[in-house]
Design a protein around this ligand. Structure first.
Ligand code: FE2
Ligand code: FE2
Length: 262
């Protein structure tokens, strides 16, 4: 530990509009904040569910360092071999070991080594293995190879995300929540020095129900009948968290929530 760095983390990118918004806004965000690392949750980028190799390649080409995923990881079959061979794309570490892909990686910028861990909550989700035990295992695996560590806690329940923040406080640089697509206003540095936010919020269409075309969701609520969901197209915004790493402690010195319209 002992290196300064800035991390820009962008919440769940939803559909083509989310992707276009990300690519449109990333250059100016980079210019303004000069992040050393850019991490993007890409679990909804392929039409709302999953990701394809082509889109993942586009994101890396746009300067994204690490892509994290979540419960929609396996929606697009063509990504399976890509998940096994590309080290910088992560599915939750607490999925079953035999499932394609891996849950953590280390990336470098200059002399700074950043570990990234993807986790899935267990409440109302079905990742196969327990998140809290896996978090501890990932930490002991990475500890000697990194200066900073960011955890994407992809979970439905706010309680489970808050609990993970406390569990890892003082041991990692940041615990950021994803999956619920609604940015929360609780960014803070926990007493042990870990940056925390319950949900970073999605990057995509905000005239929607968490990214889905609102008429389709309302139809389901009103009629109780199933129907096809599609990513919405209105009111694009990009949500992110900017974390400044404390060079003296390996923890965080600040966290700032960012929401930008196109
Ligand atoms: Fe999700
Ligand atoms: Fe999502």
């Amino acid at each position: 530990m002992g290196m300064s760095a800035k991390i820009l983390f962008i919440g769940d990118v939803v559909g083509g509009l989310g992707k276009r918004t990300l690519f449109a806004l990333l250059p100016s965000l980079r210019e303004r904040h000069e992040p050393d690392f850019v991490i993007v949750n890409g679990e909804n980028v392929a039409g709302g569910t999953g990701i394809t190799p082509r889109v993942a390649d586009q994101m890396f080409a746009a300067g994204v360092d690490v892509i994290t995923l979540g419960n929609h990881t396996y929606r697009q079959r063509e990504i399976y071999p890509y998940l096994d061979r590309e080290t910088r794309i992560l599915r939750p570490a607490n999925f079953l070991r035999r499932q394609p892909g891996h849950g953590s990686c280390v990336v470098t910028s200059g002399d700074v080594r950043l570990g990234v861990v993807s986790l899935s909550g267990n409440l109302f989700m079905d990742p196969g293995r327990p998140a809290f035990a896996e978090a501890d295992a990932a930490l002991s695996d990475l500890r000697n190879r990194i200066d900073h560590l960011l955890v994407d806690m992809h979970a439905e329940a706010t309680s489970e995300k808050v609990a993970m923040g406390w569990h890892l406080d003082g041991r990692v640089t940041a615990v950021l929540g994803t999956h619920t697509h609604i940015p929360t206003a609780d960014q803070r540095i926990l007493p042990g020095g870990t940056a925390y936010q319950t949900d970073v919020g999605m990057s995509g269409p905000y005239d929607s129900v968490i990214g889905v075309e609102k008429e389709l969701v309302l139809h389901r609520f009103l009629t109780g009948m199933p129907g096809k969901f599609e990513a919405a197209k209105g009111n694009p915004k990009m949500c992110a968290a900017l974390i400044e790493c404390d060079p003296n402690t390996g923890r965080a010195s600040s966290i700032q929530g960012i929401m930008l319209g196109e």
